[in-house]
Design a protein around this ligand. Sequence first.
Ligand code: NAD
Length: 479
Amino acid sequence: MNRIGHWINNKVVLGNSGRSGVVFNPATGEEQAKVDFASVAELDAVVAASKAALPAWRATSLSRRAEIMFRMRELVDANRKEIANIISLEHGKVPADAMGELARGLENIEFACGIPALMKGGYSEQAAGGVDVYSIRQPLGVVAGITPFNFPAMVPMWMYPLAIACGNVFILKPSEKVPLTAIRLAELFIEAGLPEGVFNIVHGGAEVVDALCTHPGIAAVSFVGSSKVAAHVYALGAQHGKRVQAGGGAKNFQIVMDDAEPDSTIRAILGASFGCAGQRCMAGSVLLGVGPAGDPLQKRMVAAMDALKVDDTSANPAAEMGPVIDDSSRKRVLGFISNAKLLRDGRTGIPSRGFFVGPTLVDGMATPEEIFGPVLSLLKPASLDEAIALANRSAFGNGATLFTTSGKHARQFTRDIQCGMVGINVGVPAPMSIFPFAGWNQSFFGDLHMQGTEGVQFYTRQRVVLSRWDAAYRRQQGW
Ligand code: NAD
C-alpha cells in the first residue's frame, strides 16, 4: 500500500515512529494509503531544518519571493485538473467542488504575489525636532499551520503562500485524513524555485499538534478545524508565548424572504448546504423560510434535493454530491438523522458502498451543534426580526445569508446579524483573498484572521525606527 512520508528539505522523508494513520477513498470505503505519524523527536528535526533555512530565506529579496509566488501560481494553474483529482480521491468531493476549492486557494497565491507592496512600511520625516521615523514589517521566523480535512488545498493556502512570502519558514501539519494534496503542492514549490527547508510538512494527529503548539522553536500557529480543538490550540499556543489564529466550527443560517427570486435562491441553498456533502465551515445548515415563504420553500427544496445525484464521482461523472469523509463521520451524521423529524430522508437512494449520506431535510432545529454533513434544518419564523433573533442565539459566528429583493431587509440583516461573513443572495459568503476570512464568537479564536492584510499583519511584526542625524552631522561639520 502507498506510504506517505513527511516532507523535509524538499524531499519525502519516511517516518520512524512506527505509528501511522489510514487514508481512505471515501467514495469506495477502501484504504488507499498509510500516512506516517511523526514523533516529538521527528518534529524537532523538522523545526531544526526549518530554522536552518530561515536566515537565507529572510534575506531573499521581496522581488525574488514574489517571482517564486508568480511561478507557483502558474504551476498550480497548469496542474489544476491533476490536483483536483487528488483532492477528490482523498476527500470524496466531486470534481466541480475540488476545482472550486483550488480556484479559491489560487487567489491566495495571487494575493501573496503582491508581497513587495504588502510589506511596505511608512516614513515620517521630522516627526519630532530633527527626528525621522519609519516602520518596517519583519517576518516572525518559523511558523506552523494545522489544517482540517475538508479543504485539503484551500485552507493550507490561506496560510503558507502569505507566510512564506512574508519571509517566514512554514511547517504544515495537514489533516491526517487528507495528506496527499499537500505533498503534491510541495513538489510544485520545488519547480517554482522555493529553496530547501522553507516549506516543510509533518504528518500526525493530536500529539504532533500539541508538540507544535508548545515547541520553543515555533513563533506562531495558524489553525483551522473544529471549535473544541481551535480553543485548545489557541490556549496552548498562547500559554507558550506564540501568536495564534484559530478558526473553528460553525452553524450557518440562510434566511429566505417571500420576495426572494425563487430559482436562484433554491440553487444557491442547494449548493451551500450540500456542496462538499455539507462539510464546509460555511455550509448552510439552518434554513429559515420567513412567513409566507416557508411552505413553498419546503416543497421546492425537497424537489431539488430529490433531483440531486449522489454517487462515486470516479464511477459516475454526473455525480453532484459525494460521500462524507469516513465511516465514523457517517455514523455521527446518521445519529443526528435518526433522532430527527424528517422532511426528506437522506438514508435512501445512496450508493451501497463508501461513506455516503444523502441530502436530508429536518423539520425544526436538528441540533444547535455543528453536524458537518448533508443535513439541513428547516424552520418557519413569522418575521425577519424573529429569524435574526433565532440565528443570533447560535454560539458560532461564521456566515449567514439573506435571500431577498428588498434593500430594506438586506440593510437590517447586514446590520443586526451576529456573524463575521454576511451574504445577500450569496449562498456561501466566503470572502475572496483580499478580505479576511472573518469568523466571530466560537468560530474564531484570536485577533488577526487569515487572508488579506490581516494575514500580512499576523505573519509579520512591526518595527519602528527613530533616527536623528542633524545634531551629529552639525557637530561633525563643526557648525
Ligand atoms: P478537527 O478539529 O478534528 O481537526 C483539525 C486539525 O486538528 C487536524 O489537523 C487534526 O489532526 C487536529 N486535531 C484533531 N483533534 C485534535 C486534538 N484533540 N488535539 C489537537 N489536535 C487535534 O477538524 P476536522 O474534522 O479535520 O475538520 C472539520 C472542522 O473544521 C469543522 O468543525 C469545520 O467547521 C472546521 N473548519 C473551520 C473553518 C474556518 O475557517 N473556521 C474552515 C474549514 C473547516
